[in-house]
Every structure is written in C-alpha cells, then in structure tokens.
Design a protein around this ligand. Structure first.
Ligand code: UD1
Ligand code: CA
Length: 455
C-alpha cells in the first residue's frame, strides 16, 4: 500500500450552532475525548504523513493547542461549504503528498477497519478518486449517489438540488473520500457555488473526475451507523449509545463478560474486564478501570477511574449501589457492598465493607470486616489524612474513624465509637458512655403524660 505519501484532511469548520452550546462542537466530549480527537485517531490509524484539520478562525488556537504537533491546523475564514473547506486544507499540503483522504470532523463512529478496507481498494486499483457510500433505510438529507444503467458512479446530487425521483435513492454520500493528488490538481477548478444552497461543494470534483474518463470508484457500506454526524445533543447521545453498544458486544462475544442488561450499562473505552465477570443492570464504568475475572459488579454501581485508576482483582463483589471514585484497589475476593463509597482506598484480599460506609484515604488489611455505617473522617477542612486498618480487624458498626489513625492487627472497635487514637494489636477500642437502664421509666412517663391530657 501507498500510505506513506498520504495526507488526511479533516473538515471541521462547520459552525456547530445546532449543539446550542457555549463550547466549540469539535471539542465536545464524546466517549471520553473530544469529538474531533476520535476522528484524528482514526486518521492516525491510517499512518498518513500529514493530518490537516480545517477549523473556523475562532477555534484555531484551541484546537491547535489541544493536538499540538499531531495536526496541521488550517483555517477556513467563512463557512462557505465543504468545497471551500477542502481548498483551505489543501493549502497546507506538503509537496511530497501523492494522495489525500478527506474525513469529516463530526463523524466519530467511522471504524478504522472500514477506512483500511476503503483505502486498500483505492490503492490496489488505478482509480483517481473514491468515496464511501452507504445504503440506508432513510436517506434523510444526505447527498444521493447517481449511477448510470451499468451501475457506475456518475455524480452526487445534494438533497436540496435533487428532484423528487432522485430523493428516492437510498445510496448516500458519507462525505469521506480519497483522491490522487494529480486528480485534485486537474479538477479543482470544477468546485463552484452554482447550486441551490450557494455553497461550494467538494462533491463537484468527483463528477468532474468521472467525466474526464478517470474512473471514480465507490466503497459501499450498509446502514448509516458509521457515518452519523454529530450536530445536536440528541445526535451526541445516539452516537454514544452506538459506540457503547459496540464495546459491550465485544466484551461479551470476545472476552466472555456477561452484561445482563446492555441498555442500562455504560462501559467506557479504557475499561478492561476479565472473563466470567457479570455486570448487572444500571452500572456505569468510566475512565481507567481494570476488572479481573469472576467478579460480580452491580446492579446500580458507579466506578469512575477518570481521575485515577480503579483496579478490581478477581473474585470481587461490588454492589449493589456502590461508588468507587478514583485511585481504588480492591484485592482478590474482597467485597464492597450496598451504599459503600470508596476513594483513594485499598481493600486487601477477602476484606469486606458490606454496607453504608465511606472509606477515603484508607488502607484496609486482609480479612478485615468493616461494619455498617463506618466512616473514615479523612478531611479536617484543610487537609486529607490517612486511615490504616491492618489485617484481621473487626470494625464495629457505626464506627467513626478520625484520621490520621492506625488500627493494628486483630483488634476490634466497639459499635458507635469515635476512634481518634491509634489502637494496639488485638485490643478492643471502645468510646461511648456506659448504658443506663432506668427500670419502669416508660410506664411512669406515659402515666404523667395521660394525667396532663385529662386535666
Ligand atoms: C456533505 C455532502 C453530502 C454528504 C454529507 C455527509 C457536500 C456538498 N455534501 O453534506 O453529500 O451526504 O456531507 O455527512 O459536501 N464543513 C466545513 N466547512 C464548511 C462546511 C462544512 O468545514 O463550510 C465541515 C463540517 O464541519 C463537517 C463536514 O464539513 O465536518 C460536512 O459538513 P456538513 O455541513 O455536515 O455536510 P453537508 O454539506 O450538509
Ligand atoms: Ca459515641
């Protein structure tokens, strides 16, 4: 293949107004990275010698600083159409480039494997230009592909310019193309704004190349899924669902993970999960997360490794209603149960925090048991402090642990205690008033109340 002399031009200078956002559309987060970065990565997977991104003037600096030297930024002064954006991108083309792939900055669902197959077809035939087309049930307002009776490509007709009959065509233009540099240079003049919308159409160049007897080839995919452009927040959520679902399917089919209810499960792109782990409904796992084999996660669990890795070793139980928030390590066979929140916390093998706890900035040794209602008070309003609970410790229910504090091996805390001092090994730390039982108190109390009511 001829890849080393190829450039990718990504058109990303659309106005993005339909997002109804005060942030630039191309830097809107999709699947944990900016929409545009998803497509830059796809471009990079083709190993081009140049990636050129065409942006509008107001976002040039933002985009350039986000990608630094991964991309060459080009500016389209006004949004005059895809043809005009293409011209702006071509201005940055290195002299050595022999072919150009064009992608859209807002279609993050295109798969690298599709682009690979597309370029393989292009570089293995003597065609001068090629495009990805899609056969769809609802062609919406995409450009339609016109073919001659023999089935060869003739041209693309935009929805606005199409007749009723042409609008019936269900093969559409994806907006992704490959050109030889030679064909671009010969036919660039054909791009004009003589059409219904008064925009410059990149698609004009394909018609011109075809008319010149230079064969234009097509690579056709099924369905709209890979070419959906993100224009509104509704598109953003629909696209995320598609991307998420691809990942869930792969986890199940390729990795032996059982996802009970994919429709209520979100698993981010940087999550790995071992075989025979079950993910139960309404579970949200994002960021840098590694989960081992044979775990049970969920239902209603939130695991967020976006600010620090979460590692869950094998045979662990997480859930229901558990929140793991940055820098947690749950070791082999450990358990974090109902309404337990953890942050900066290591739970060593076979330890359990089964109910209603906050464990922050803490290390919990092996085989320790954290009673219901245990809270580590890690924050004094100014600084965070650490709690160390060693092996085989039994923390009684409703223990308040005021850090910094160490509870040594094999010790117990009494239920309801506020622990402010270190506890030596094998001790019982108990901090609460002695219980007094006042005999017959209740009876006298009721009597006095009822007398008052009568009087
Ligand atoms: C274009 C195609 C259409 C195709 C569709 C696929 C043309 C004339 N039509 O439609 O056949 O079915 O894509 O989605 O090309 N952009 C700029 N500057 C501009 C205008 C657009 O950079 O002045 C960028 C956008 O940011 C976007 C891409 O080009 O990433 C496509 O633009 P969009 O407006 O979505 O496409 P259409 O022109 O409607
Ligand atoms: Ca108390």
């Amino acid at each position: 293949m001829n890849h080393h002399r190829m450039a990718c031009i990504i058109l990303a200078a659309g106005s993005g107004t339909r997002m109804k956002s005060s942030h630039p559309k191309v830097l809107t987060i999709f699947d944990e990275k900016p929409i545009l970065e998803n497509i830059v990565e796809k471009a990079e997977s083709m190993q081009p010698s140049q990636v050129i991104v065409v942006v509008s003037p107001q976002y040039k600096d933002l985009v350039q600083s986000h990608f630094s030297n991964r991309i060459h930024g080009a500016v389209q002064k006004e949004p005059l159409g895809t043809g005009d954006a293409f011209l702006a991108g071509l201005e940055k083309l290195d002299d050595s480039i022999q072919s150009v792939m064009v992608l859209c900055g807002d279609t993050p669902l295109i798969q690298s494997s599709t682009l690979q197959a597309f370029s393989q077809l292009f570089f293995s035939t003597p065609t001068k230009a090629s495009l990805i087309t899609a056969l769809v049930a609802d062609p919406k307002r995409y450009g339609r592909i016109l073919r001659n009776p023999l089935g060869s490509f003739v041209k693309i007709i935009e929805w606005k310019d199409a007749s009723e009959e042409e609008r019936e065509i269900s093969e559409i233009n994806s907006g992704m193309y490959l050109f030889s540099r030679e064909a671009i240079e010969t036919h660039l003049h054909s791009i004009n704004n003589n059409n219904a919308s008064g925009e410059f159409y990149i698609t004009d160049i394909l018609e011109s190349i075809q008319q010149d007897q230079d064969h234009v080839s097509t690579y056709t995919i099924q369905g709209e899924e890979e070419i959906i452009g993100i224009n509104t927040k509704a598109d953003l959520s629909q696209a995320l669902q598609i991307s998420n679902n691809r990942r869930l399917q792969s986890l199940m089919v390729d990795h032996g993970v059982y996802i009970v209810d994919p429709s209520s499960t979100r698993i981010g792109p940087h999550v790995s999960i071992g075989r025979d782990t079950d993910i139960k409904p309404n579970t949200w796992i994002e960021g840098d997360v590694e989960i081992g084999e044979d775990c049970s996660i969920g239902p209603f669990v939130c695991i967020r490794g976006d600010q620090g890795k979460i590692l869950i070793e094998s045979h662990c139980t997480i859930g229901p209603f558990t929140s793991l928030r940055k820098n947690c390590i749950i070791r082999h066979g450990a358990k974090a149960g109902t309404f337990v929140e953890m942050k900066n916390c290591e739970l060593k093998p076979n330890s359990k925090a089964n109910h209603l706890s906050y464990l922050g900035d803490a290390v919990i040794g092996e085989r320790s048991n954290i009673g219901a209602g245990t809270i580590t008070c890690n924050y004094d309003g100014f600084e965070k402090h650490r709690t160390i609970i060693e092996d085989d410790v039994f923390i009684g229910s409703d223990t308040i642990i005021v850090a910094p504090v160490t509870i040594e091996k094999g010790s117990f805390t009494g239920a309801g205690s506020v622990i402010t001092q270190n506890v030596p090994p094998n001790a019982l730390a108990i901090e609460r008033n002695e219980q007094k039982n006042k005999e017959n108190w209740a009876e006298k109390y009721r009597e006095s109340k009822s007398k008052r009511r009568q009087s």
